[in-house]
Design a protein around this ligand. Structure first.
Ligand code: IVH
Length: 681
């Protein structure tokens, strides 16, 4: 890194870098153009981050470095919308669109006007407030009057400009939809499954979940897209002065200011144009990179909006046409059964291939045994298959009129298709599962994947394919076997696959396995994959019992004494350690040298009775480390400043809201150096 001798130099370079990176980002995300290599870009960003770290007084609130996230949201403040976020009247019927058009024409009584037709994005609505060209707040729709402040996470979305360009209004709001593009959504879900996390049901839920992530750095990784669809400027004079008197022009202007405005917007003169737009996108929607669930039709001339007015919930100058799900009918050819990582058996319908919503559909889930019973499914039945706004086709029924006379009902398998163990069904549950946790191949692989996952032992050189290779070769049947692996077993494995292991790969795997011996006890406990024991539960159990022997010796009542551990979890922990197979695995892990003691034992009581809020970035600690350090010295970590806060421990790039609140509540601010001094270096 270049050394900047004077603060003035540093300030100048920060502003230079900010401008340069903003421009590269803009070209990349808005115009799909790369002006520099990834390497150069990363180097510039790194330089900016380093400089801001050394000279925090010059770090701009709109700096592109904030796009990588880092601030942690403990809660999302509820804020009132300046203008209510109305919803739209919507319909599935083209006749109602015709009625809307005729009614609007009548109300406008001879005035000349047009419509804009645009896509109805299937995501999460948010409002972005800009003052003097800077993003100041991002709020979710919520109930239309009050939403959640998600500014920190919104800042990480590259298509949300932090600073505007050109002739923008001084104080206004842009609304739009945050969507999760299909490709990124699928990649993220694959990763979640590999990490042992629950996959999201659809891109909309994933977008919504992402905006509510506590760790904004995590949100930054999510590849969300903001589609602007509405510009609100308080004060009519501004509109007219800026010639922003049509919705179309406002969106064009938003594009100039730096927003990503999707190009699929059309000015329509009459109902035929509108019908054409709807029909076109009903077919074409499958070729878009993100989900839409309809088309929005708005009166283009914003000056006419007041004349048309609003009903209680929605404006009279706009309406949404929602696409119907597409449906086809195709015969069932067979049912296969998939055993999941947790042992749950899912029936899958294999159907005669059929074209539906842009792809050929061959298979669709039958969910569980109850679903088959409810549909009274018979061999060769004609299935009604639907595809809505999402990507996955759904079986919604059977065309009984086409049932083959004499066909047998579909009977759920009784033995596990993977290991032959008789399946069981827990009382009140909709489906069957294979109870052979420690011998059924997909379940074993599931345990192994969970064990090596990032939040558990973090052996990142072993992905699911390599684990499969090790399993198929007979080297690894349970998690303890990983620690007995030898280099000669690994080299040359899977020679003809993408996951093949060469000399260097083998060294890396063994090194990562070795490194995992240092992973703290609470994560080892989480890695064991005991039912109902998540990261938090594992930490609480580890802290309470202190070591594995005490935990294994505990009875259900003792286990249930732990904070947040209910009876169901206590029983699951007890049952887990009651199994001789599990006791043997744990014993082998102890012998292999894994951490089996709570090591965050108290280092001192220096911070006893203190509650400390942490904000910003630190040079001697990661955020998790500094929190752990506070706890190890007897302090308590809290996410938000309140009357009980003893100190605000402030790193570089601290959130300005936190600082303001601390000043207002007269909470003393502690620097990293002061903190180090306090805990004795
Ligand atoms: S205009 C007052 N345009 O659909 C009118 N909404 O009930 C404000 N949506 O939750 C909405 N795409 O988030 C508009 N191109 C688009 C849209 C759109 C999606 C969402 C919006 C709202 C719902 C309408």
């Amino acid at each position: 890194m270049t050394e900047y001798t004077t603060p003035q130099d540093a300030q100048r370079r920060i502003s230079e870098l900010t401008e340069l990176i903003d421009r590269y980002n803009h070209e990349y995300y808005m115009n799909d153009r790369s002006l520099v290599s990834d390497y150069e870009f990363d180097a510039l960003l790194r330089e900016l981050i380093d400089l801001e770290h050394s000279f925090p007084q010059y770090a701009l609130p709109t700096s592109p470095s904030r796009r990588v996230g880092g601030e942690v949201n403990k809660t999302f403040q509820q804020v009132q919308h300046r203008f209510p976020m109305l919803s739209l009247g919507n319909t599935y019927s083209i006749e109602e669109i015709e009625d809307f058009e005729a009614r609007t024409r009548k109300l406008l009584d001879g005035t000349e006007f047009s419509y804009t037709c645009e896509l109805k994005y299937d995501g999460v609505a948010i409002g972005l407030s800009y003052r003097q060209g800077e993003l100041v707040q991002a709020v979710t729709r919520g109930n239309g009057m009050v939403g959640d402040d998600i500014t920190t996470n919104a800042r990480t979305i590259p298509t949300i400009p932090l600073r505007l360009q050109g002739d923008y209004p001084q104080d206004f709001e842009v609304r739009g939809e945050v969507v999760y593009p299909f490709e990124a959504f699928e990649a993220m879900n694959r990763q979640r499954e590999a990490d042992g996390d629950e996959p999201f049901a659809n891109p909309r839920n994933a977008a919504s979940g992402s905006l509510k992530l506590q760790d904004s750095a995590e949100c930054a990784k999510r590849k969300l897209l903001f589609c602007a669809y509405f510009v609100m400027i308080p004060g009519e004079e501004d509109y007219t002065a800026m010639a922003l008197d049509t919705h179309y022009r406002r969106l064009e202007a938003a594009k100039r200011w730096g927003f990503k405005v999707q190009p699929y917007i059309k000015e329509c003169r009459n109902i035929d144009d509108i019908r054409f737009f709807i029909d076109f996108w009903d077919k074409e929607r499958w070729n878009l990179p993100y989900g839409i669930d309809g088309v929005v039709i708005k009166v283009n001339q914003t000056t006419l909006w007041d004349r048309l007015g609003t009903t209680a919930k929605s404006p009279r100058w706009a309406i949404a046409y929602k696409f119907k799900a597409q449906q086809v009918c195709t015969p069932l050819e067979s049912v296969s059964y998939q055993v999941g990582r947790t042992g749950v058996v899912t029936p899958v319908a294999n159907m005669r291939p059929v074209w539906l919503g842009g792809t050929t559909v061959r298979r669709a889930t039958l969910n569980n045994a109850d679903f088959i019973t409810k549909m009274d499914l018979h061999d060769g039945d004609s299935l009604l298959v639907e595809k809505g706004g999402e990507i996955i086709p759904k079986i919604v029924g059977v065309d009984l009129s086409r049932r083959i006379p004499g066909a047998h009902s579909v009977r759920f398998v009784t033995l596990c298709p993977e290991c032959g163990t008789p399946l069981v069904r827990a009382e009140g549950e909709a489906g069957y599962y294979c109870p052979n946790q420690d011998g059924c191949p997909p379940q074993l692989l599931g345990h192994l994947e969970h064990f090596v996952s990032r939040k558990a032992m973090d052996i990142d050189t072993l992905g699911s394919e390599r684990l499969r290779l090790l399993y198929d070769a007979g080297f690894v049947h349970n998690v303890a076997d990983l620690y007995d692996l030898r280099k000669e077993q690994l080299v040359g494995l899977g020679a003809d696959s993408a996951a093949s292991i060469q000399e260097r790969g083998a060294d890396n795997i063994l090194r990562a396995i070795d490194q995992s011996r240092k992973v703290p006890f609470e994560r080892v406990l989480y890695a064991l994959g005991i039912r109902y024991v998540g990261e938090v539960g594992a930490k609480k159990l580890a802290r309470y019992f202190g070591d594995i022997d005490a935990l294994m010796a505990a009875n259900i009542m003792e286990l249930a004494m732990v904070d947040d551990v209910g009876e169901v979890t206590a029983r699951a922990v007890y049952d887990y350690f009651a199994s001789p197979t599990h006791r043997d695995i744990v014993h082998r892990l102890c012998v292999a040298g894994l951490q089996m003691h709570w090591s965050a034992a108290m280092v001192s009581h220096q911070l006893e009775g203190m509650t400390i809020v942490v904000s910003g970035v630190f040079s001697h600690f990661s955020r998790d480390e500094i929190k752990a350090s506070i706890e190890q010295h007897g302090g308590k970590v809290s996410g938000s400043i309140s009357g009980k806060t003893t100190y605000l421990l402030a790193g570089a790039k601290m959130g300005p809201e936190k600082l303001k609140k601390a000043e207002k509540m007269a909470v003393p601010i502690l620097s990293e150096e002061e903190y180090l001094h306090m805990i004795g270096g």
